[in-house]
Design a protein around this ligand. Structure first.
Ligand SMILES: *Cc1c(COP(=O)(O)O)cnc(C)c1O
Length: 406
């Protein structure tokens, strides 16, 4: 690329750089803190930034304990293990999620039971409650799936695209039924409830355990990284033990359990501390872009921006476009191709997990809405780096992409 970006408006589309879906924004103290790691030679998984990052996350989201992990997938894995999920158990979770949530269930050799989603792409709260009430029975303090006889060990709600799951009723029901709630809050750092009994609570702190991710595409990043958060001291201790090779006697190398090398490094944590300082700025940018897209896209016949739930202050991590094919004149696949041809990266919803090859035979419960949303959802560029010119260009192309009936 030989031209400055500001001139690109006036050049042919062929020379345009692709506007990516979601990329990191490294504009704060990252260099300073990482240099500190290198200067002091504290580069591995012990070091002051690991502790500081955990403390900062606790402070930010209002959780008592935090255990930094190599990534969000590892945090989910450890969450399920510390919750005591085994190969004899089932875990309730949504079909609409990144596959990492489901894989974690299988790492424990447990069985997923897939639920439908609501209009915010989140696990359907009423249907899930209905499943627990009608399809499980509660005997001697344990919930069993009536049709399989297996224990329902956990509910794993995912705050999809940063939208808070409507958990108010479900947390109460799960407490009554002794089902552990493990939140996948990988996409929702910064989101908190603003109505009802959960008011003021951040996503990830409602259930017994929450899992965060700091992957490159998330609202803040450590390159790769994750965090397990909990208010339960025993869970935190066990998570810390399991993520550091389960050392019972670190000097003599005695281990009573099979552990993992899942700790975050000091360098990554340094990146995380700097990124977390910028979270509030990132949230402001995400919200501004969401408002801009929402207003502009509402004026395009056949397109709308998916709404976010008003019972929470959502982080607007990812923007979901909803396509009405009849009015817009293109389906999701065709619009995705059109945007790619015009140098805009977009992504459909994840393949529904109950249809993924490894999970095709698993149990499902009344999945309807997810099928519809799968067909007509397309995510559009949402990076914090998005310039005004970028977002105007995206809107311009969405307008241009419409195939009006002649
Ligand atoms: C990103 C993500 C994960 C996995 O996190 P990694 O840090 O990439 O391992 C899990 N669940 C959801 C919903 C995610 O978006």
């Amino acid at each position: 690329m030989t031209k400055p970006r500001s001139l690109m408006k006036y050049t042919s589309n062929k020379e345009r750089q692709m506007i990516p879906l979601s990329v990191p924004n490294i504009k704060g103290n990252e260099w300073t803190y990482i240099k500190e790691c290198l200067d002091t030679e504290w580069v591995s998984s012990a070091g002051p930034f690991v502790d500081r990052f955990e403390a900062d996350i606790c402070h930010r989201i209002g959780s008592r304990y935090a255990v930094a992990c190599v990534n969000g997938s590892a945090a989910l894995h450890i969450a399920l293990e510390t919750a005591g999920v085994t190969e004899r158990d089932e875990v309730i979770l949504p079909t609409v999620t990144f596959i990492a949530s489901v894989n974690a269930v299988r790492y424990m050799r447990a069985e997923p039971v897939f639920m439908d989603c609501d209009s915010y792409f989140n696990i359907h709260p009423e249907k899930t409650a209905e499943f627990i009430r009608k399809e499980t029975e509660f005997r001697r303090g344990v919930s069993f799936n009536k049709s399989t006889g297996k224990r329902i060990a956990a509910l794993l709600p995912v705050h999809v695209f940063g939208n808070a799951v409507e958990l108010e009723e479900l947390v109460g029901l799960c407490a009554e039924r002794n089902i552990t709630v493990i939140e996948d809050a990988a996409e929702s750092l910064g989101t908190f409830y603003q109505r009802g009994s959960l008011t003021g609570k951040s996503t990830g702190t409602v259930g017994q355990i929450g899992c965060l991710s700091f992957n490159g595409n998330k609202i803040i990043t450590t390159g790769g990284g994750g965090m397990l958060v909990t208010d339960d001291e025993k869970i935190a201790e066990k998570a810390r033990y399991l993520t550091t090779q389960a050392k019972d006697d670190p000097v003599r190398s005695i281990h009573h359990h099979i552990g993992y090398n899942f700790r975050l490094t000091n360098i990554q944590a340094a990146l995380g501390v700097a990124q977390l300082e910028r979270l509030s700025d990132h949230l402001t940018v995400k919200k501004n872009n969401f408002d801009f897209y929402g207003k502009e896209i509402a004026a395009i016949p056949g397109l709308s921006l998916a709404d976010t739930p008003d019972y929470a202050d959502n982080n607007h991590w990812m923007y979901a476009l909803l396509i009405d094919e009849k009015t817009y004149g293109r389906d999701r696949e065709s619009l995705m191709r059109f945007l790619t041809d015009n140098h805009i990266q977009s992504r459909p919803l994840w393949m529904l997990n109950h249809l993924q090859k490894p999970y095709a035979g698993c149990r499902t419960y009344r999945i309807e809405k997810a099928l519809d949303l799968y067909d007509r959802t397309l995510n559009i560029p949402c990076s914090v780096n998005l310039t005004e010119e970028d977002r105007e260009y995206v809107v311009e192309m969405l307008k241009k992409g419409r195939v009006a009936k002649s």
